[in-house]
Design a binder for this molecule. Structure first.
Ligand SMILES: Cc1ncc(COP(=O)(O)O)c(C=O)c1O
Length: 415
C-alpha cells in the first residue's frame, strides 16, 4: 500500500509540473495597484490586457463608493447562513428581480460563485434518465457539472452544427427509451477564443427536436446585445434560452452569479441546488455592490460603446498587421502564433519586461501542440495609446519569434 501523498509529490499534474519555472511570473503573477488599464507587475507599470473588467467598473469611483458604503453599513458577514435558513434579505430578492428583468426572464436566482453554481445547476436539472448534449470546448464548470450526471452525455465538436445534430439524434433515441429529457448546454461566448456559441442555430433545432437549452453567458453579459443582455439578445434568441446564466466576475467586476428563466424552473433551482442550499449566502456588500453595477450597465451605454471602440481598434489594428485572431466575434481577442512552450515563455518575458505589456498566455494542452495563444481582454478603461503600444509590441515579438530568437534564448536558459 502507498502513502496517498506519494503520488501527489511525484506527479504534480499537467500545470503543477511547471511550477518551478513558472510560479510568480507565468502563473500566480501579482498584478498590483488599482485595477485599471495600467497596473504594476514586478515593480514596473504594464498595460494590462488580462482582466475581465470589460466595462471598467472594477475601479469606477461610483462603484467603489457603493461598495464602501455597503461594507461600512453591513460588514462583510451579513447575512449569515444559507439563503434557505437565515441568509435571505430583501436586497438579495431585489437583485434577483433586477437581473431577471435585465435579461428578459421571469425569475432569477443568485449563486455565490459561477463555477459552483453551474456545477450544481446541471446536477439539479437532470436525472439519470435524461441526456446532456454539450460543446466540446465547454468551460470547466460545465464539464464538471456533467461529471456529476449519472445518465448519458454526448459532446459535439465545437460550434459544429452537423456534429450537434448527430449527437442530438443519439440523445433523442436514448431519452425516448428512458422516458427522459435532453439538456443542451452551450456558452454564449467561448472565453478562450472569443467565438459566440451558435445559439441561433441551436435554437432552430427546437422545431425538430425536443430539448431544453442552458447557456453560460459569462463573457456575453454586459458586452453583447443592444442593451448588454448578452449573446441571446445579440443573436435575437434570448426567449428561446431556457436557463440563462451569467457571472458577476466579468462585466460586473464583482463576485457571485445568477441563473434566470421561467418562474417554475428557477423556483426548482432555488429548492434543489445543493451549492446554495448548503453554503452561506452572498454577503450584503456584494449584493448592494451588484445592484449598483447593474444600474450602471443599464443606464450608461457609453461604457459598452467605449469597450467596443477599444475592441475594434485593437482587433482591426492587429488584423491589419496580419495577426491571426481566429474567429472571434466578441471582445475576447486571441492572437494565435506558432511555437513551443519554452519559446512562448521567452516571448512573454520579452513582452512583459521590455514592452511593458501584460496579457495571458495559453499553451498546450488547452490549445493544440505547437500553438501559442496570447489572449487580450480589452475594457472600457483602456485607451487608444494602450492599443497603439500593444500593436507595436506585438509586431516586434512576432518578428523575433519568426527569426527563432526566442528559441535560442529558451535553449540557452535550459542549459
Ligand atoms: C464561461 C465561464 N463560466 C463560468 C465561470 C465561473 O464564474 P465564477 O468566476 O463566478 O466562478 C467563468 C469564469 O469565471 C467562465 O469564463
Amino acid at each position: 500500500m502507498k502513502d496517498l501523498f506519494e503520488r501527489i509529490i511525484k506527479d504534480k499534474g499537467p500545470l503543477g509540473k511547471w511550477a518551478k519555472q513558472a510560479e510568480g511570473y507565468y502563473v500566480f503573477p501579482k498584478l498590483e495597484g488599482p485595477i485599471s488599464n495600467r497596473m504594476k507587475f514586478n515593480g514596473k507599470e504594464v498595460v494590462t490586457w488580462s482582466i475581465n473588467d470589460y466595462l471598467g467598473l472594477a475601479n469606477h469611483p461610483e462603484v467603489r463608493k457603493a461598495d464602501a458604503e455597503a461594507a461600512a453599513e453591513y460588514g462583510m458577514a451579513y447575512p449569515m447562513g444559507a439563503r434557505m435558513m437565515s441568509g435571505h434579505t430583501e436586497y438579495h430578492e431585489q437583485l434577483e428581480r433586477e437581473c431577471a428583468e435585465f435579461v428578459n426572464k421571469e425569475s432569477a436566482y443568485l449563486v455565490n460563485f459561477g463555477y459552483q453554481g453551474m456545477v450544481s445547476a446541471i446536477d439539479a436539472l437532470v436525472t439519470k434518465n435524461d441526456v446532456i448534449v454539450y460543446d466540446m470546448d465547454s468551460h470547466a464548470c460545465i464539464i464538471d457539472g456533467v461529471r456529476l450526471h449519472h445518465g448519458k452525455r454526448f459532446t459535439y465538436r465545437h460550434n459544429d452544427m452537423e456534429s450537434f445534430e448527430i449527437n442530438l439524434k443519439r440523445a433523442t433515441k436514448i431519452a425516448k427509451e428512458n422516458n427522459g429529457g435532453i439538456l443542451v448546454i452551450s456558452e454564449g461566448v467561448f472565453g478562450m477564443r472569443g467565438e459566440q456559441g451558435k445559439l441561433k442555430e441551436i435554437v432552430a433545432f427546437k422545431e425538430q427536436y425536443n430539448f431544453r437549452l442552458l447557456v453560460d453567458d459569462a463573457h456575453g453579459f454586459g458586452t453583447l446585445g443592444k442593451t448588454g443582455a448578452g449573446a441571446g439578445e445579440e443573436q435575437g434568441v434570448q426567449d428561446d434560452i431556457d436557463v440563462y446564466f451569467a457571472t458577476f466576475a466579468k462585466s460586473m467586476a464583482g463576485i457571485g452569479a445568477f441563473f434566470a428563466g421561467d418562474f417554475d424552473v428557477i423556483k426548482f433551482l432555488q429548492y434543489n441546488m445543493r451549492s446554495q442550499m448548503f453554503a452561506k449566502s452572498l454577503p450584503m456588500a456584494m449584493v448592494k455592490g451588484a445592484l449598483k453595477r447593474l444600474d450602471m450597465i443599464r443606464t450608461m451605454p457609453e461604457l459598452r460603446e467605449k469597450l467596443w471602440d477599444n475592441t475594434n481598434a485593437l482587433q482591426n489594428g492587429l488584423k491589419e498587421k496580419g495577426f491571426n485572431l481566429g474567429a472571434t466575434n466578441t471582445c475576447v481577442t486571441p492572437v494565435f502564433l506558432e511555437g513551443d512552450i519554452p519559446e512562448a515563455m521567452a516571448m512573454v518575458n520579452d513582452l512583459r519586461e521590455n514592452h511593458k505589456i501584460f496579457c495571458s498566455i495559453v499553451v498546450y494542452p488547452v490549445i493544440p501542440k505547437g500553438m501559442i495563444l496570447l489572449r487580450l481582454i480589452p475594457t472600457a478603461a483602456h485607451n487608444l495609446d494602450d492599443v497603439k503600444e500593444t500593436i507595436i509590441a506585438f509586431s516586434s515579438i512576432r518578428e523575433k519569434l519568426e527569426k527563432g530568437i526566442y528559441k535560442r534564448i529558451a535553449a540557452s536558459l535550459m542549459k
